[in-house]
Write a protein that binds this ligand. Structure first.
Ligand code: BEZ
Ligand code: FE
Length: 286
């Protein structure tokens, strides 16, 4: 019988977890055991530190629920979410790059037609986002659905408001037969990620900026194409080079151009100045 010591503990634990019935689970668990053991060795993990980490994880679980997902936030701020997105979405250069989903996506947004105002009278500068949804050869994807969501002018998402029963700053826009779409909303602002939880408490112990640059989220999931989860960022916005969740990519930064009152991109009359952003989404074949 082999008894445990500091030198053989990793091999023994790896051997044990290699017995997982599913080969992929065996691969995941044995690699995890190896890396976690090496982490403990590298930093000389103390018992107090390990207990503090367990308390942090416990608290992170306790404050997570169907509206708040502190573990996603934790994964986002250490760059793991973006790394996993990169590893799994190696698109061709022509395709729109993917970024993190984030913790505030709500499934089942209401359908919206070309030019629908998803801000529904909330305060803010009117913003139109227009363009086309195409494949990588530039052919339109007729009727593609763009699931869009964003924070309000105060940086608050619907998912952060308890007991709300109407969709707020989110909608599923259907592109027209020629692939063109038009989202009407209000200009997003840069915002602070939730700082009142375990992730925020950890960030406060660092010099990390807790802000995200102004952006709007998009999810496009069309049959025959790779599901695209991405954002558009406002060119010139604060925090583009320090996004706390590592989500910014060059190709996703677009100008929001100021327009004088007149006709909006949806053909309607605009009595106040507004902004227009243009972006063509290019989907990769599945
Ligand atoms: C977001 O943009 O909604 C977001 C993404 C990651 C962490 C926090 C917020
Ligand atoms: Fe966001």
């Amino acid at each position: 019988m082999t008894f445990v010591n500091e030198d053989n503990i990793t091999d023994l634990a790896v051997e044990r977890w290699a017995t997982a019935h599913n080969p992929r689970l065996a691969q995941l668990m044995t690699a995890l055991v190896r890396h976690v053991h090496n982490f403990a060795r590298e930093v000389g993990l103390t018992e107090d530190e390990w207990m503090a980490a367990i308390e942090w994880l416990t608290e992170t679980g306790k404050i997570s629920n169907d509206k708040r997902q502190e573990f996603i936030l934790a994964s986002d701020v250490i760059g793991l979410s973006t790394l996993v997105v990169q590893l799994n979405n190696r698109f061709t250069a022509e395709a729109t790059p993917a970024t993190v989903l984030g913790p505030f996506y709500i499934d089942g947004s209401p359908p919206a037609k070309f030019g629908h105002d998803m801000s529904d009278g909330l305060p803010g500068i009117p913003l139109f986002i227009t363009g086309k949804v195409t494949d990588i050869e530039g052919s339109p994807i007729p009727g593609a659905v763009l699931d869009v969501w964003q924070a309000d002018a105060g940086g608050v998402y619907e998912a952060q408001i308890p007991e709300i029963d109407e969709a707020r700053l989110r909608a599923k826009y259907q592109a027209r037969e020629d692939g063109t779409y038009c989202v009407r909303t209000i200009a997003p602002r840069g915002y602070q990620i939730p700082m009142d939880g375990t992730v925020g408490h950890l960030i406060q112990k660092t010099r990390i900026s807790e802000f995200r640059p102004a952006h709007v989220h998009f999810l496009i999931d069309e049959p025959g194409y790779v599901k695209l989860i991405t954002h558009l960022f406002q060119e010139g916005a604060d925090y583009l080079d320090s996004d706390v969740v590592f989500g910014v990519k060059d190709a996703l930064v677009v100008p929001f151009t100021e327009q004088r009152p007149g006709t909006g991109p949806d053909g309607g009359v605009m009595n106040e100045p507004f902004l227009v952003a243009h972006y063509d989404f290019t989907l990769q074949y599945a």
